[in-house]
Design a binder for this molecule. Sequence first.
Ligand code: NAD
Length: 488
Amino acid sequence: MTTLGERMLIDGELVAAGSGRTFDNINPATEEVIGAAPEAGAADVERAIGAARRAFDSTDWSTNTELRRHCLVQLRDALRENVEALRAGLIAETGTPVRLTAGVALEAAIGYLDHYIGLLETYSFERRLPVKEIGGAPVERVIRREAAGVIAAITPWNYPFYLNIAKVGAALAAGCTVVLKPAPDSPWSALALGEIAAEHTDLPAGVLNVVTTGDNGVAALLTSHPDVDGVTLTGSTLTGRKVMGAASETLKRVTLELGGKSAAVLLDDCDFMATIPMLAGAVCAHAGQGCTQLTRMLVPRARLEEALAYAKGTMERIPWGDPTDPDTLMGPVINARQRDNILRHYETAARDGRIVLGGRPTDRFERGYFVEPTLVTDVDPRAAIAQEEIFGPALVVLPYDDDEDAVRIADGTPYGLSAGVYGADVERAMAMARRFRTGTVSVAGAAWFDVESPFGGYKQSGLGREWGTEGLEDFLEVKTIAFPAGAV
Ligand code: NAD
């Protein structure tokens, strides 16, 4: 890789924006401008869509599984070779703590491509139904899964490298062509992916395109353009609604991975000392900027103060600050707007309940968009701090009266992304897990995240799934072909 992500990838070429304009990429830990990303205009986005359309319609990409496997292997290997440059860029543009880059944020995510490489060796894109007499004649049917077409992949800034890989990997494996549009706060990771793909793989021109823009109005073209067949978005629920609305005009298929306000239910036989430090620490990881973080902790009413003491003890010791320090678990939040949003949520929480820890603007650092880890209690489960996604290091502890009450509170938000249930009696915890209206549940601390587990949300947390075979199938159409039995 020559430079780290300064050019877009359109139709196989690494290019600047047609207008020559750029927008600043800002390091949230230092507030310094660290680079410039191309400011794509509508004409650039049109060109990317046109290239993806042509590549889908006129090359054998959608049917050549061996070529797809070969290109994904090349991409994985080239990403590995460039991992240090990718790490530096990711930390600089998002404030991701370096210790998280060994996992999902970067290194593990490169390896996740193996999931789709493996599926290209094992997945049956075609199956036959047994002979049956239909309409007075014996027929056979072939059920084919075919690439859905041109996919617009739109990603957020919190885990940008991982999310770019999750979407691009699945769509390319399925045989789709892609226009990737990252968030304005994390253009580098996507531009670098495009550059690496252009320089180190045999991807035919137009199969993968990467465009960057600071203007969501320009990005919205991807969700309404008639040549785009599907949109996959990870982002806020508000953006999900807009994207679904815009896509409805041409009835595009839409996969949405949206917000969450997930609950951890601690049953009355839960070992608080073993459980709460792990949960309270996880809420602060990457400054709370994760969609599945368990930001509400539900505890038996009689054990509320005990739970608060454990959570406070953990959260006041969280190592936070410089993301390049290997001890740091919590860096800055992404930008000044997010910091101010979080601080507004803290103010509302102080009015609606009790702040046990944090809750104020921090004067700990001279520069950077840092917020304090914050612990809140004594709020109604319907209060804003207990209902809205904060996307900051905030934990709300809510008491419940019995298991029924716990399920009611846990499911009592518009979201349905994830949940956890913790207790010594795993059968009882499993029974509760089955009741939650969420896409994933952890029982007794077991990890659900893995490339083989489908991931996604119920209710307003989304539509469709990533990973598993479901993640591939979200980018596949289903075709039934009937023919006279025995004819072929
Ligand atoms: P966002 O919704 O503001 O933006 C997401 C992406 O959509 C960005 O690339 C943005 O530029 C683009 N966008 C915004 N408006 C658009 C429009 N009208 N048309 C087309 N594109 C548009 O989200 P964010 O602030 O970047 O990220 C944080 C959100 O992402 C949180 O709500 C978080 O929960 C969610 N998230 C969800 C998951 C998940 O898998 N469920 C994972 C990570 C983040």
